[in-house]
Write a new protein. Structure first.
Length: 254
């Protein structure tokens, strides 16, 4: 409900913008929540080059893809996994030839910064015991990429059944991170870049890359885009300079 209200206000502001301003503002970018700091920095660099600053809207990739399919106006989509980009593509909404795999990431287990717990995610590791009487924070495992990766990893390591009834599912990975930051959950599963962006959590363990599908962030221009700068910004993100910005925030090559 909160996400829908935010999106409604965002779209309302776009609709209320005067026509002259609409031509001057930057392209509208819908991006996975985990990209907040890095994409904001990239937008700042792009604007410093003399371009109108892109308008960034962050949420779970699943929510953004559904909104795009439902007709939300946007120029670019950056997803935290391939399947949600596939969904937008199957709806015929991607500009042909503009899709590219932009980034990679790692999946980690986090706890409060003041804690001392260390765990090595491996087959049968004692995750349920480490939770004590608390719950495991993660993004919605049925829809949001970070949650889907988490479920895949826990299933592959044989511990999903032990914690499936003790989850604290969130609307996106940053909401899951916030649950641990505020002490509402003792442990959470997020991306390595999310943990790096917070001073209130620490990495308790890193999941083997082999325990879940590769974490890949695709980017594509939307077919309905008419913004003259949209393709330029997309190309900037995929350039050496753009990728270097993401690397500073902990993202890897795909």
């Amino acid at each position: 409900m909160i996400l829908l209200r935010r999106l409604f206000l965002f779209l309302l502001l776009l609709g209320l913008a005067p026509a002259a301003t609409a031509a001057e503002r930057g392209p509208v970018v819908m991006a996975a929540a985990s990209l907040q700091e890095a994409l904001t920095a990239a937008a700042d660099v792009w604007a410093a080059k003399g371009h109108a600053r892109p308008l960034l809207s962050f949420a779970g990739s699943s929510a953004l893809a559904r909104q795009i399919v439902a007709g939300a106006p946007a120029d670019l989509f950056l997803s935290a996994d391939e399947p949600w980009m596939d969904a937008v593509g199957k709806a015929g909404l991607l500009r042909p030839g503009t899709r590219a795999t932009l980034l990679g990431n790692r999946l980690v287990l986090v706890g409060p910064a003041s804690g001392r717990l260390r765990l090595t995610p491996a087959p049968g590791f004692p995750l349920a015991r480490a939770l004590g009487g608390g719950r495991l924070a993660l993004a919605d495992p049925d829809a949001v990429p970070a949650g889907k990766y988490a479920k895949a990893a826990l299933t592959a390591l044989g511990v999903w059944r032990g914690v499936a009834g003790r989850l604290a599912p969130a609307e996106n990975v940053r909401a899951a991170l916030a649950l641990v930051e505020h002490g509402a959950a003792p442990l959470g599963i997020v991306y390595a870049t999310d943990a790096r962006a917070s001073k209130r959590v620490r990495v308790v363990g890193v999941f083997p890359a082999s325990s879940h599908p590769p974490i890949r962030y695709p980017v594509a221009l939307l077919k309905a885009s008419r913004h003259p700068d949209a393709m330029g910004f997309r190309n900037f993100l995929a350039s050496r300079e753009g990728r270097a910005i993401f690397a500073r925030y902990g993202f890897s090559a795909p």
